[in-house]
Ligand binder design. Sequence first.
Ligand code: FES
Length: 154
Amino acid sequence: MMTAEEIREIEAELAHYPVRRAGAIEALKVVQRHRGWISDDSVKEIAAFLGMSADEVDAVATFYNLVFRRKVGRHVILVCDSVSCWVMGYDSLRDRLSASLGIGLGETTADGRFTFLPTACLGACDRAPAMMVDEDLHGPVNPGGIDAILGNYR
Ligand code: FES
């Protein structure tokens, strides 16, 4: 069940839209901020709240790559694999992250601290190779500096 805080935050976002369903992404972001990810039950709750079907909300959630439909770790690392980052050393960055974390792309560390995911362009091509940890953009990232970056989130 949605909390009063979630409802208050979603209603504040919906005030910016002409119809409730137009705020579906914002509602998903609010719920994800509180719960960490969007479960099937969360999809149903949001759908009921916005007057949409669960399938419609799920379609929005699936389209938007920063909405997580599976449980993620406390911190989500997104490493960009689009062309600028790929040219500027994505492979080395990915491999170093994988070695430091002890997991591959799409996985979560055993302690639940980090989830490691690929992403399309982060809009920071001038900072390639780039990655995000939660809301923080990092780039250009020298693979040798990965442990120091991760240390900020341990
Ligand atoms: S290609 Fe990586 S941020 Fe744009």
